[in-house]
Design a protein around this ligand. Structure first.
Ligand SMILES: Nc1nc2c(ncn2[C@@H]2O[C@H](COP(=O)(O)OP(=O)(O)OP(=O)(O)O)[C@@H](O)[C@H]2O)c(=O)[nH]1
Ligand SMILES: [Mg+2]
Length: 458
């Protein structure tokens, strides 16, 4: 696996920069490896690059003797080290260029400017996962399942092949979806080449499984160091061979699967993580992902049970996790789902009216634009206080403008127009538009500098 796991930069034997993409080495292990590296360097044998192995990982490093700097990558095993060396050199050169002259009083906060480079290094050392198997077994369906796209009902044969980028947790991979039709067999060798992991897909019929032994051999020939496993797909069909039987025939670890079932995404992602040997316990990268999938299940259950308030609060949590995972589009989707649900909340019960001391004959007792039901069941605000968080803005206005009615957010300025949320409310301007009346003066300038009306361009 040429997946980059850790980056270290050391000066005079001290770590001055460290970045993890799913940690594989504890600090103690790193120290013992580092001593080996140092011994190697002091023997003076090192050319441009040095490397040593640590179980299933490789430590590759390069040095700058004059400045006493060591640059280290910790990566998974792979035959081809050229890309890795290239990227390590890039790190070294960039570092020297940026910090070479000021090494003696380096402020660690300066390393911020490094982040884009580190991201690009991580992406360039890409892990290739290939899906192989004959036509119609479900490779494209599995690709779509992993990508969380609608799975195809009809078989549209893939032409030549397709590469897509997938993100699992915070890690980026490249997923290669093969064309399984025999007319494309001349491409198969080249497609498999350089894979870090290969998943052999079968449709769980005896005929197909027997035939697929061909791919097991091909994988061994073309990419002997890749991790491989088989998927016994279409387990929902009558007469599907049992997984154990398929594993016996193919001689490689086999997982059962029904790829047309969207609920199996979790399972499929787990299989990919498994084959990439991403250890759940030691890697925190996948945790938010699985947490999110669990919450989605819980939200579904609450919906089935008709508990709208509960499912809305799950969707809120899911939206937050999406943000953490960097899935902005999904964040929006779940946020909107939650908002939509909150609108359909069952109205406040008579008992709740009594408990909250609200007016039975007034659906919005405090006239803040949220019904008593919404306040009690969805937003958990005070149905008798139009401004539950005392930040000067009514609860209903806050909700309509996507602000939190339970937190004082009066001084924030999300639009960046130098009008705070409270000022936007007081001036009745658009929170998301820095120039509400399109007169080329920002709302902030109009109110704070010129005392003009930000809603009137004249
Ligand atoms: N019943 C059932 N059908 C499935 C399952 N997985 C995929 N299919 C169907 O099998 C058909 C072929 O799936 P694809 O994913 O297009 O097959 P492929 O392996 O990509 O085929 P090529 O691109 O020609 O190599 C589609 O009609 C899918 O709906 C499954 O688990 N159960
Ligand atoms: Mg296909």
């Amino acid at each position: 696996m040429k997946m980059l796991r850790q980056i270290y930069i050391l000066k005079d034997g001290n770590i001055i920069y460290e970045k993890d993409f799913g940690k594989v080495l504890s600090s103690e292990n790193f120290q013992s490896i580092y001593q080996e590296v140092e011994a190697e360097i002091s023997r003076g044998l090192l050319n441009d690059f040095g490397s040593s192995n640590f179980f299933k990982h490789r430590i590759i490093y390069t040095v700058d003797r004059a400045l006493k700097l060591i640059f280290i990558f910790i990566i998974g095993f792979n035959d081809d080290m050229e890309t890795v060396k290239l990227e390590l050199n890039k790190l070294k050169n960039d570092f020297l260029e940026s910090f070479g002259d000021i090494l003696d009083n380096l402020d660690p906060s300066l390393f911020e400017i490094f982040n884009p480079l580190i991201e690009s290094i991580h992406k360039n050392i890409k892990t290739k996962i290939s899906l192989v198997g004959f036509s119609g077994v479900g490779k494209t369906t599995i690709t779509k399942l992993i990508r969380n796209e609608e799975v195809p009902e009809t078989h549209i044969p893939t032409i030549t092949g397709k590469v897509s980028t997938i993100k699992i947790g915070k890690l980026t991979f490249h997923l290669w979806d093969f064309a399984g039709q025999e007319q494309f067999s001349y491409l198969w060798n080249d497609f498999i080449l350089g894979s870090d992991a290969v998943l052999l897909i079968t449709n769980s019929t005896l005929e197909n499984v027997e035939k697929s032994k061909y791919f097991v051999e091909l994988i061994k020939e073309q990419t002997p160091n890749a991790h491989s496993a088989a998927i016994a797909n279409k387990q929902d069909l009558d007469g599907a061979l049992r997984v154990e039987k398929i594993e016996e025939i193919l001689g490689i670890k086999t997982y059962s699967m029904v790829a047309i079932e969207p609920n199996n995404r979790d399972k499929m992602v787990q299989i990919v993580a498994d084959i990439l040997e991403m250890n759940m316990e030691e890697s925190t990268l996948l945790k938010p992902l699985f947490e999110r999938d669990q919450l989605i299940q819980l939200a579904k259950k609450s919906l089935e049970n008709g508990d709208i308030a509960e499912s809305a609060s799950y969707f809120d949590k899911i939206a937050d996790l999406c943000l953490e995972l960097g899935d902005d589009a999904l964040y929006k989707e779940f946020y909107l789902k939650s908002e939509k649900l909150k609108r359909y909340l069952p109205d406040i019960t008579t008992l709740q009216e009594y408990q909250n001391n609200t007016d039975l004959n007034d659906s919005d007792s405090d006239d803040d634009g949220l019904t008593d039901g919404q306040e009690v069941n969805a937003y958990f605000t005070d149905p008798n206080d139009p401004n539950s968080d005392n930040d000067g803005m009514p609860d209903g206005w806050e909700v309509n403008n996507s602000l939190n009615p339970n937190v004082d957010d009066s001084t924030n300025d999300p639009g960046g127009d130098r009008l705070t949320n409270l000022q936007e409310y007081q001036n009745d301007t658009d929170l998301n538009d820095s120039d509400s009346d399109d007169d080329e003066l920002t709302d902030g300038q109009e109110v704070n500098d010129y005392s003009t009306d930000p809603n009137d361009s004249g």
